[in-house]
Design a binder for this molecule. Sequence first.
Ligand SMILES: *Cc1c(COP(=O)(O)O)cnc(C)c1O
Length: 490
Amino acid sequence: MPAASEMRPEPLIFETGQPGRANTYFRDGAPLDEFLPETALRAGLPLPDNSELDVVRHFTRLSQRTFSIDTGFYPLGSCTMKYNPRINEAMAAQPGFRDLHPFAPDALAQGALQVMYELERSLSAIFGMAQFSLNPAAGAHAELAALLIAKAYFRKRDEGRERTTVIVPDTAHGTNPASAAMVGYKVVSLKSYARGRVGIDELKAALGPDTAVCMMTNPNTLGLFEDHILELTEAVHAAGGLMYYDGANANALMGNSRPGDMGFDLMHLNLHKTFSIPHGGGGAGAGPVGVSARLIEFLPVPVVTRDDAGAFHLEFDRPDSIGSMRSFWSNFSHIVRALTYVYANGGEGLTRISQLAVLNANYVRAQVKSFLDTPYDETCRHEFVASAQELKRETGVRALDIAKALLDRGYHAPTIYFPLLVPECLMIEPTETESKETLDAFVASLREIVETAKSDPQKILDAPVNTIVGRIDETRAARQPDLRWEPAKV
Ligand SMILES: *Cc1c(COP(=O)(O)O)cnc(C)c1O
């Protein structure tokens, strides 16, 4: 990336060009309404008038200013920003997959249905669930689906009216309580104990006849695997509740342990995290939701099935299903990418991925602890947390300032101020795809930032200086965003 001084702010496409510039492949000067039906025409739309070359340069420049996993290290905790293998893209771009119409009859879409079927079977095997639905479009969307399944289950058992609460430990992902609230459940927050986990006694005290679901992120957002997972699931079951597993970041899990074996009834996965599909910037995701045997009938439709003759079908006829979570069947190209990832790595490869993700996180953690506090200091899983609280006391430099200084050094920032139970938190997830050299360089930058904070804190407080946009008023940007563009008044 060039230094900020060399980068001019990029004007909006609306601010460039001039009337008559647009390349026209039509007869000179012929008005658009000769080619388009009236219904497609809009009056008074201020469309930009640029040459094709200027348009290409504009968007290429913007793309080069975008941080991505293809351009730099992206240790964003709880997001699993790993390399996106190109073979995934090649498979998803196969014309037979890419051009297939979603309404193609099953008989003409056997290959696509087989992909969905085999991914569903693979996920069920890897995570020990009875069946998955590939329907939901993201992690939080799958949480919503899972809670609707829980609701349908209790309604069918005539317990819908009593079971009104969802228990969410303070180490869970923030989307968990939000999803529970959206389904109309009362959220009960559970404080973790000194080792950053859920205590069995605290859980038992929170359980009651009103308990519907306990939602756990495991390994939790501190990167720690629960101490008493079997006792926790048993206690919730004894109270008549269901156990939900947030498996968005399953990078420490694959091939090592299965939520189904731990007694979980519901779980979701983020294919756009663990299964190496590009994400960030809110791009399309895929969040399969998996269930234990007693909940299969409630899964979102369609579910892909195979009949005795070996033919595949989209099955919609499930009277107890919660219905469809989205248009069509899934984000299908992501299903192709995820299955490619599973088959390219195989069972042993996926296990090795998990081992290396854990190794990389611990490699970074073991070095960072020599210059930053690492609360809950023990072997972590796919991620770990550090705290800048002591540094802030000494120097005034906060987690936010460290994050800004990392931008100057060519890194994406880690997740900061989450989980909430760690003050001045930096949450770091390196993933298995990074080399030792990349991890060493990142640790060296982090160390240098902390040292600079101690010798010349203002330097860190002024960061970033190498980016196009420097410090902004974070509160105003969040509370009063003004994202409108209006043409200059002539
Ligand atoms: C990312 C994440 C989610 C939410 O997934 P989206 O696809 O962003 O909706 C939920 N739980 C955990 C643990 C996550 O890391």
